[in-house]
Design a binder for this molecule. Structure first.
Ligand code: AMP
Length: 303
């Protein structure tokens, strides 16, 4: 972009410890979150006359890892169009001629109200809980049908609106299933890692389903299901609660991992009823009582 044009159409503003350089149509920028790739702001879009969220990817091509993440995010974002997966209205790149690269990329998208970390603390009733879970699964089903494995599903990567609608964010770690089964074990935030990821086995799309299960459990119990302190402890937390895996599972492991797994203390695991006693599930009666008066779920308010 030529400098004069940039100065005419863009302005810069400090948000937290980052500077956003965006089109003048976006005003009233306020920080609302941050992730591995950069900061997210809310803003008012004077053209669309609505609030939006703007995510800044700082120096997306500074090294191979950042470049790969940014590239995945951009490519996948273009391919995916589903109401439960983040939709980007506009992608702006600030090109610095002297550095001969895109210094920053900005993704403008629908503004949501909170991420799931905030919602997990709430006492949600049965309808809202199942509606959120349903939308997570719809989004994941759509990604999987397109051959995309998200690989990093966690509460901070899921955003919701007060009308109970939900979107999955962040494709930074997503990759296509076709790239092969032997993928890096260093994916998926520890607590939500599936056994095949922890144990370095080849993995497939169902690692995302494991993560959804862990998130669902966290919503019901209001605490992390497998809160591993480190990589090794993560496996301990899984077997303590679900039990030592079967011999059939052991046979799928490579020799050194299998020796390790077989030498762990044996656990019977807990029954479903013990892990998720009925008292943890919200009674749906209150909501059902008033449900007949509510015309549609989109009127349900979290906050
Ligand atoms: P991300 O870097 O995309 O994982 O986003 C980091 C954090 O910013 C998320 O955990 C959310 O709290 C927030 N965030 C991201 N996108 C949005 C959005 N569209 N609306 C509201 N908050 C968002």
């Amino acid at each position: 972009m030529n400098r004069n044009k940039r100065e005419k159409e863009y302005f810069s503003i400090d948000v937290g410890d980052s500077t956003f350089t965006v089109l003048k149509r976006y005003q009233n920028l306020r920080p609302i979150g941050s992730g591995a790739q950069g900061i997210v702001c809310s803003a008012y879009d004077h053209v669309l006359e609505r609030n939006v969220a703007i995510k800044k990817l700082s120096r997306p091509f500074q090294n191979q890892t950042h470049a790969k993440r940014a590239y995945r995010e951009l490519v996948l974002m273009k391919c995916v169009n589903h109401k439960n997966v983040r939709h980007v209205f506009l992608c702006l790149g600030v090109y610095v001629k002297k550095k001969k690269c895109f210094w920053s990329l900005y993704l403008v998208m629908e503004l949501m109200d909170a991420n799931l970390c905030q919602v997990i603390q709430m006492e949600l009733d049965h309808e809202r809980l199942s509606y959120l879970l349903y939308q997570m699964l719809c989004g994941i089903k759509h990604l999987h049908a397109a051959g995309i494995i998200h690989r990093d599903l966690k509460p901070s990567n899921i955003v919701v609106k007060s009308d109970c609608t939900l979107k999955i964010l962040d494709f930074g770690l997503a990759r296509t299933a076709a790239t092969g089964l032997l993928m890096t074990p260093y994916v998926v935030t520890r607590y939500y890692r599936a056994p095949e990821v922890i144990l370095g086995m080849g993995y497939q799309a169902n690692v995302d389903i494991w993560a959804v299960g862990c998130i669902m459990a966290e919503m019901v119990r209001h605490k992390i299901l497998f809160p591993g302190r480190d990589y090794i402890d993560q496996w301990n937390k899984v077997i303590e609660q679900l039990g030592t895996p079967s011999q059939e599972f052991m046979l799928k492991l490579n020799q050194s991992v299998r020796t390790y797994v077989e030498n762990r203390p044996r656990y019977a695991g807990y029954s479903f009823e013990k892990l998720f006693p009925d008292v943890l599930f919200p009674a749906d009666s209150d909501h059902n009582k008033s449900y007949s008066k509510i015309k549609c779920c989109s009127m349900c308010k979290f906050f």
